[in-house]
Design a protein around this ligand. Sequence first.
Ligand code: C2E
Ligand code: CA
Ligand code: CA
Ligand code: CA
Length: 279
Amino acid sequence: AKQNGRDNAKFFEAFMANEVSSRFQYEQQIKQALAQQQFHLLYQPQIDTLSQSVMGFEALIRWQHPDKGMISPVEFIPIAEESNLICHIGDWVLQQSIALLSAWQTAGVAVLPIAVNISGRQFVAEGFIDTIASLLQQHQVDGSLLKIEITEGVFLHDMSQCIDIMAALKGMGVEISVDDFGTGYSSLHYLKELPLDILKIDKSFVSGIGDQAEGDKICEAIIQLAQNLDLKVIAEGVETQEQANVLNVLGCHLHQGYFYDRPLSESAALRLLQQGQRT
Ligand code: C2E
Ligand code: CA
Ligand code: CA
Ligand code: CA
């Protein structure tokens, strides 16, 4: 076991040395990707099952690398999050999404809100509120058409700072969702303290529905909690009719997932709007 431990340590050292240089290279490639417009956004519909219509979209980033092909955000977002790079990516995502809202307005279709993922570092960064305010102003888009998705990790920051930022967003009409709800380590205390609008049930809980008896229980608990706190609740990763049915019975009528739609290209999203938001 001792020999094994030493081998592991050696392996780890080599891995780390490699890791540092490759991390640097990776960051350079992300910078280049921003400059050379290798990123694009897809828009996944969010459905209101009561009215059976699309109620909005979530913007999801994609990296079309010239050599490596499509790279998942699960791979590059965590690396970008270790530095200010994530703020540059986040600014770009906000700019693209708000410009698209503006283009929809110009096209004369009934515009639906776009939810944008914002990482904790950017949320508490200097100038975040100003960036949003000036983009909305510049593109003549109302704040109620923009939503921000943050994860529980954000609430590990100074509580009063979070409250100030959220209050400023609220003032612009921008709604705030807690993404991946229930997967973080934060206490539930923040739910009463912060001016939140929506809890987003993580797909790991949704995929548990129908799997085993307890699978439904976590979704049920989150939906109850949201109802008690007067928050909206949306389920992500809805893949089956059974999951949709169970969520509806539990009182969660906002759904997002492959059962309804994959993340769509800009033109497919526009077509959906033009069709009068048929699901
Ligand atoms: P997330 O915010 O939890 O987004 C949901 C993920 O689930 C997306 O993966 C979406 O494509 C995927 N998904 C949607 N419906 C289903 C379904 O029915 N089944 C399954 N299995 N998956 C489904 P994606 O697009 O690969 O994004 C992964 C994560 O990367 C996101 O998780 C988010 O944390 C991050 N991310 C994506 N775009 C951005 C962005 O613009 N900014 C930041 N900061 N993070 C982003
Ligand atoms: Ca999200
Ligand atoms: Ca999630
Ligand atoms: Ca997430």
